[in-house]
Design a protein around this ligand. Structure first.
Ligand SMILES: [Zn+2]
Length: 484
């Protein structure tokens, strides 16, 4: 059987989080009541004229600079003509042969510790379409009796970032999207929420026999709304194409739709060629010619990018690479971490609390991180009280759990819940005696040489004291009694 190499290129669409739309003054929001953020321009009324959004252009230049692209001294908007019910003008203002950002690359760290460089072909500016909702229980078009259209999204600034076909596996594709998402998040240009559609990725995938240079026929896959779906869809497509090629069948150049429920891709339509769109220059918008001074001004505001930040956390703050990776993947976590360290907490402790306990609580309680009442001061207090033995690790977790919901000061929570660690030997001795009396089997096992039973007994003391015992002292007191 022939062995194949997988060749993947990704086209990622990013909605910019500007205050207003790309070519009009309508608000750019998500989730507003349907058709409330619309005007003659984004509804495509005859005679209305588009005016490009300067902030959106600034943001795409920032993205291009972060990806190492050349910023074109002269680029042009084109009309991409096609009929779609949720696109009222019957064309989309996009860019064709003269995009604003050309070339570049993104270095992607893989799970095996290696790094791969994925080339960027281009990054161009366009506008989003409206949203069609098919009125059927399943939301599927063929079961719907009617369709509803919401034009709030029509005209939202959309950046398309096209990669070179440098990606060789579904895992690499996932890692690329994660890195791109973290980079866009660091740039603060988009909400980058795949589940809300502010980051969307289409994949081009083909197979070729290992050792051959010519590319196989590529298939485009659409409709993956998470990184997990993207990876699943690619795995499925590799399997499908391998079977077809092994059976001597030709691969059709087409667009396929990923169906999350069945875990398979289905043919949607044969892939359009560029000439199907009858691109021509948008006559209502002059060419974009950003001045070198403006580009330098934007470059000067480039923030630290995720890759550099991960490296700094590992080399300067001694974090484990995996911890640094988790932390840097989320901008809010990073900000909280940096602030906690600035308040004097040990970086490793701060990173642990944020990526483990706090992340766990956010997940468990379904809290939106944006409204999280826990601040750097909370974490810093918590870490300080554990370090000076005021509270135990268990007590600290209890205090954090309350702080996550109430936002109360850690000192107040500790006082209210009685979490101050019992470091008074007399009080501990009393609890230890109760625990030993209640667990004669464990006592016998310990005395019979099973040393590790001590862990169980310390656990019982912690439980009896509702987490307030000092575990080191508890162990000491238990040992004294067991050896006596
Ligand atoms: Zn508008």
């Amino acid at each position: 059987m022939t062995e194949y190499e997988t060749v993947i290129g990704l086209e990622c669409h990013v909605e910019l989080s500007t205050a207003t739309k790309m070519f009009c003054g309508c608000r750019n929001t998500f989730g507003a009541p349907p058709n409330t953020d619309v005007c003659p321009v984004c509804l495509g009324h005859p005679g209305s004229l588009p005016v490009p959004n300067e902030e959106a252009i600034r943001r795409i230049i920032l993205i291009g600079l972060a990806l190492g692209s050349d910023i074109a001294p002269h680029s042009v908007f084109h009309r991409k003509n096609y009929f779609y019910p949720d696109m009222p003008k019957n064309y989309q203002i996009s860019q064709y042969d003269l995009p604003i950002c050309v070339g570049g690359h993104l270095d992607v760290d893989l799970s095996d510790g290696s790094t791969t460089r994925v080339g960027i072909t281009r990054v161009h500016m366009e506008e989003d379409t409206g949203k069609t909702q098919h009125a059927s229980a399943s939301g599927r078009i063929h079961e719907a009796g009617s369709a509803l259209i919401d034009f709030n999204r029509a005209g939202v600034p959309l950046v398309e970032c096209v990669s070179e076909p440098d990606i060789r596996s579904p895992d690499e594709a996932g890692a690329y999207v994660r890195e791109l998402r973290a980079t866009l998040e660091a740039l603060d240009v988009s909400d980058v929420r795949m589940e809300e559609g502010s980051l969307r990725c289409d994949a081009n995938i083909s197979l070729r026999p290992i050792g051959t240079a010519a590319l196989g026929t590529k298939v485009e896959i659409k409709n993956m709304n998470s990184i997990r779906s993207l990876e699943r869809a690619l795995h499925h497509e590799i399997e499908r194409q391998t079977k077809a090629l092994d059976a001597g069948e030709a691969i059709a150049q087409e667009t396929r739709h990923w169906d999350e429920d069945s875990g398979s891709t289905k043919s949607m339509r044969s892939k359009e060629e560029a000439f199907d769109y009858r691109y021509f220059p948008e006559p209502d918008i002059p060419a974009l010619e950003p001045s070198p001074a403006w580009i330098e001004e934007i470059r000067a505001r480039l923030p630290e990018l995720p890759r550099a930040r991960r490296e700094r956390y590992v080399t300067e703050l001694d974090l484990q690479p995996e911890v640094a990776r988790v932390l840097v993947a989320d901008r809010a976590s990073c900000a909280l971490f940096e602030e906690t360290v600035t308040l004097g907490s040990a970086p490793a402790a701060a990173a642990n609390w944020i990526t483990q306990d706090l992340a766990g609580l956010i997940n468990k309680l379904g809290i939106v991180p944006a409204v999280l009442p826990v601040t750097a001061q909370h974490l810093s207090d918590l870490i300080g009280m554990v370090a000076d033995d005021t509270i135990s690790g268990t007590g600290a977790k209890q205090a954090l759990e309350e702080a996550v919901t109430t936002g109360d000061a850690i000192a107040d929570i500790v006082k209210r819940q009685g979490l101050t660690q019992v470091s008074d030997t007399g009080a501990l001795a009393e609890i230890a005696d109760r625990v030993l009396a209640a667990n004669p089997d464990a006592v016998a096992q310990f005395r019979g040489g099973k040393e590790n039973v001590i862990g169980f007994l310390v656990g019982q003391v912690m439980k009896e004291s509702r987490g307030s015992a000092n575990p080191k002292l508890a162990q000491q007191v238990l040992r004294e009694r067991l050896s006596g």
